[in-house]
Write a protein that binds this ligand. Structure first.
Ligand SMILES: *Cc1c(COP(=O)(O)O)cnc(C)c1O
Length: 394
């Protein structure tokens, strides 16, 4: 009787192990639990000025970072709408589902999106980018868009190599990078890597609830914005930058999330960004050790490109990944990421980003291993032990 399985499925905390939204730490919850303040008043101006300055080092930029009250998709649209004109050619790299969504936005904005594809198991191909730009003698391509960490596949694209490819072709295109699932989880340096627009969101490495998005903007991108002809109103950088001068916003910002962002930056600085990146890499390595022991395969096929923030895992042929996720949710109260686009039902994703410690990760991997057993997915036992061995190493 006492050993009857899963009598109390809802005790303790739900395990939110999807690759964003990530788990919001108690400190951030508490920082947001306060009355909403006047966003035109002096208290807000102080907060606004503080955040607009302190967010820059997280992007590794000296330039302005624009903060929108929107999901990450808004910042995708903002990056394009502020810098480009109808009919402009943009080069998109199809690393997976998220890259495709961004290309879709470009199409709806009446941009001419040229897509370089991949097998969804590797990062963006710098050689193909260089070749496409070298072919573009008239400099018709106005922007190269890359997703840094493709959240659908768990593959990281090498942004320095993409920058080198653009430079090798001596091409003036802007470089735009989606860091929605990498910022504050994976090493990223906007200025040093020559990125013109960084797209980011609040609900992944920044450990906040969904609802804020960001554009980190280079001087070259600001210059492009002066002559860009795409219509833009809500996303207009110029309005934002004018109000931001005094710590304000042109319309009502997401005030409670801004208090959360202050606490998020405090936490990241206390730990140190380098330590944050190392923690994510270590948790990813432990997760892969478990996957290898189970005898399963990661979607990422490039050993140098495994994502520190999530791992996407194939279920064996004939075994539904969505059924496995359902079994795990019902029995262990843990949410795992679903397979997206062409990976639907073939892949489940373990998020290990944001506020996560060793025992939370081990809990998650235990849930996966038990779930594999319950769902009848063929695997070798011992993945949890292999992960512990990695974490236990000095
Ligand atoms: C989550 C995510 C998005 C989408 O962000 P939303 O906040 O859902 O609009 C875009 N790109 C990447 C890489 C992501 O991980």
């Amino acid at each position: 009787m006492y050993l009857k399985r899963n009598m109390n499925k809802k005790n303790g905390r739900h395990f939110l192990q999807i690759p964003g939204p990530s788990c919001v730490p108690d400190r951030i919850q508490r920082a947001m639990a306060r009355p909403v303040i006047d966003h035109r008043g002096p208290e807000f101006a102080t907060l606004g000025r503080e955040l607009l300055a302190r967010i820059r080092p997280i992007f590794a930029t000296d330039g302005p970072v624009i903060i929108y009250p929107s999901s990450g998709s808004g910042a995708w649209e903002a990056a394009l709408a502020n810098t480009l004109s109808p009919g402009d050619k943009v080069l998109m790299c199809e690393t997976g589902h998220f890259a495709m969504l961004w290309a879709g936005i470009a199409g709806r904005l009446r941009l001419d999106a040229r897509v370089i594809d991949t097998d969804w198991r590797h990062g963006a191909d710098p050689a193909a980018i260089e070749a496409a730009l070298a072919d573009d003698k008239a400099n018709d391509i106005k922007a190269v868009c890359v997703v840094h960490n493709e959240t659908a596949t768990g593959v990281v694209s090498n942004i320095t190599a993409v920058r080198k490819a653009i430079d090798a072709a001596s091409h003036p295109a802007l470089l735009m990078v989606d860091t929605i699932s990498s910022l504050a989880s994976i090493d990223y340096r906007q200025d040093e890597w020559g990125v013109d627009v960084t797209v980011a969101g609040s609900q992944k490495g920044l450990m906040l609830p969904p609802g804020l998005s960001f554009n980190g903007v280079s001087k070259k991108a600001l210059k492009a914005a002066e002559s860009a002809q795409l219509p833009r109103s809500y996303w207009n950088w110029a309005d934002m930058l004018a109000s931001n001068e005094d710590g304000y916003f042109p319309y009502t910002p997401a005030t409670p999330l801004m208090f959360g962002l202050r606490e998020s930056i405090n936490m990241l600085n206390e730990e140190g960004l380098d330590n944050v990146f190392a923690r994510h890499s270590r948790h990813a390595a432990a997760t892969r050790a478990a996957v290898n022991s189970w005898g399963l395969e990661t979607v990422c096929a490039d050993p140098d490109a495994h994502s520190p923030s999530l791992t996407a895992i194939f279920t064996p042929d004939g075994h539904s990944a969505d059924h496995l996720r359902k079994v795990i949710l019902e029995n262990y109260d843990m949410s795992l990421g679903t397979g997206l686009g062409r990976l639907a039902d073939k892949v489940f994703r373990v998020g290990h980003l944001g506020s996560l410690n060793d025992l939370m990760l081990m809990g998650a991997l235990s849930g996966v291993e038990m779930g594999l057993g319950l769902a009848g997915v063929p695997h070798n036992p011992g993945g949890v032990q292999a992960a512990m061995d990695v974490l236990g190493r000095a």
